[in-house]
Design a protein around this ligand. Structure first.
Ligand code: HEM
Length: 491
């Protein structure tokens, strides 16, 4: 807290000189990858806190683990708000930012987040989706049974999507219906960069880029049409009590029950579309991206694959065709492989923008009220001060406690004691889906290695370069030869 303005810092974190409008123009055509590279240079020059103007406003970027802990954990309430959204994001999140990720830090955010965590992500509810996971695993294994080189990423995306659609809408939809939902979701997601310009100067952008604004409105209206149909179908089947047949509560069921406490009203269809869309996007692309990175490393490094396979063998018996969820607890090396994948290749290289609630001190600087703040997620996982040989893929670092990992069971991915890496963010706005994501990754990686031997296509070194899409993906998607394992021949 500032003390009579005498000992409180007056200086905001340093950064390059920037001029409104001119600097904004410079950033219009720059991607997050460019931003990350520029920030790397700025942090080397100015230290762990850097102020940079882009996207029409200034943001403080934090690269230090201990300052991130100080901000997100020790001063959690001050660093948990989100900035107001404009342009297309405003339309996507509906009036008053009614998505969990963009909601202002306050009662509505708390209420919506609690609904998700208590109703859908609670361990007992997650367990109730285990037959759904088994079902999509079979779909995935089926699709991977192909001769010759295979590019698995599309299959990863599709199966992860099926799983989230099921958790969202309940019924096992036909492939055609799932494809329809996937098309409207991806239509928006894949064009998000094209529409980004509409967020820079929302009013001017609508006039100057009229066609893009219209394209955006068309995609959003397609999305509403498809998702509202599914929400209505679920609502009607609830009334007829048809859903009791499968006995599984889905996200839409919980949304239909909700009543916003402050406004004392039910959610509108529009708001439900936004929340369902958030649920599908948040859980699909992030997880399938991480899965692809992990499988790429497993394919590239046969010794890691063999060690993992041998570990899985210890929990398998002749009567088991797949690695069961209960067995995942007994596989520390599997956990280490997944954690190493998230450290080395976090799907998100930044967290979602935070807004500071009051003037505060951090690292000797003033972070003023309403300043935007973000954190260098990837850089923290690659910091040689914390991780030995950080660019190498070495799952053992999580087992031995050497190389920065600290032991797989004791490793605290929530960062509440200490931050070493933060692929899911940290603090009050940390990803609420992190345990579900870890379960999905462990389950699919274990079964993919148990059922197939993964080998690179001859002459292919497996390129681990990155490219920015909705998440940070493989620039050259993984291609591999999959040979069914002899242990699975009875199938
Ligand atoms: C590997 C998979 C995943 C990764 C890497 C990931 C990463 C992240 C990150 C970095 C954030 C921002 C946190 C912050 O601002 O500090 C976030 C937020 C969020 N994630 Fe995830 N996520 C994953 C999976 C999931 C899943 C499976 C769900 C739900 C089904 C989910 C739902 C959300 C939601 C609702 C938020 C917004 C939280 C809030 O603002 O309160 N995520 N995630």
């Amino acid at each position: 807290k500032p003390l009579l303005g005498l000992i409180s810092p007056r200086r905001i974190p340093p950064g390059p000189i920037s001029l409104p409008f001119i600097s904004d123009l410079f950033w219009v055509r720059k991607s997050f990858t460019d931003l990350e590279q520029i920030l790397r240079g700025l942090h080397a020059k100015y230290g762990p806190l850097v102020t940079l103007r882009h996207g029409g406003s200034s943001t403080v970027y934090i690269a230090s683990h201990s300052l991130a802990h100080q901000a997100l954990v020790q001063s959690g309430a001050v660093f948990s708000d989100r900035p107001p959204v404009v342009g297309i994001v405003e339309k996507i999140t509906t009036a008053n930012q009614r998505q969990i990720n963009s909601a202002f830090y306050g009662p509505t955010w708390r209420f919506l987040r609690r609904n998700l965590t208590a109703e859908i992500l609670h361990p007992s509810r997650v367990k109730s989706y285990s037959s759904a996971r088994r079902w999509v695993l079979e779909i995935l294994l089926d699709r991977l049974r192909e001769d010759g080189p295979i590019r698995p990423v599309g299959h990863f995306q599709y199966t992860m999507f099926c799983l989230l659609v099921l958790m969202c809408f309940g019924d096992r939809l036909e492939e055609q219906q799932i494809r329809k939902v996937e098309a409207v979701q991806r239509g928006l997601l894949m064009n998000i960069w094209r529409f980004e310009i509409l967020n820079f100067w929302p009013r001017l952008g609508k006039l100057l880029f009229r066609q893009r604004w219209e394209d955006f409105l068309r995609l959003r209206s397609n999305q509403e049409e498809v998702l509202i149909q599914l929400i209505k179908a679920r609502s009607e089947s609830r009334m007829e009590k048809k859903h009791a047949e499968d006995g599984v509560v889905c996200y839409v069921d919980t949304l239909l029950n909700l009543e916003l406490p402050e406004e004392k009203r039910k959610l509108t269809e529009d708001e439900m579309v936004s929340l369902c869309s958030e649920f599908l996007n948040a859980g699909t692309d992030t997880t399938s991206t991480a899965l692809q990175w992990i499988m790429a490393n497993i394919t590239k490094y046969p010794a890691i694959q063999e060690k993992l396979f041998n570990e899985i063998m210890t929990v398998m018996s002749p009567d088991k065709a797949v690695v069961a969820e209960e067995d995942l607890q007994k596989l520390p090396y599997l956990k280490a492989v997944v954690l190493e994948g998230l450290r080395r290749h976090p799907p998100a290289h930044f967290v979602m923008m935070r807004l500071v609630a009051e003037d505060t001190e951090l690292g000797g600087y003033l972070i003023p009220r309403n300043a935007k703040v973000n954190f260098m997620v990837a850089a923290m996982g690659w910091d040689p001060e914390v991780w030995k040989d950080p660019m190498a893929f070495q799952p053992d670092r999580f087992l031995s406690g050497n190389n920065g990992g600290g032991g797989v069971d004791g490793f605290d991915i929530t960062g509440s004691r200490e931050i070493k890496m933060m692929p899911f963010g940290v603090g009050r706005r940390m990803c609420p889906g992190y345990t579900l994501a870890l379960l999905h990754l462990e389950y699919f990686v274990a079964n993919l290695v148990w059922r197939f031997e993964w080998k690179p296509v001859e002459g292919d070194q497996i390129d681990l370069s990155e490219k920015e899409a909705f998440t940070v993906v493989m620039k050259n998607p993984l291609q591999a030869i999959l040979t069914p394992r002899a242990n699975c021949e009875r199938e």
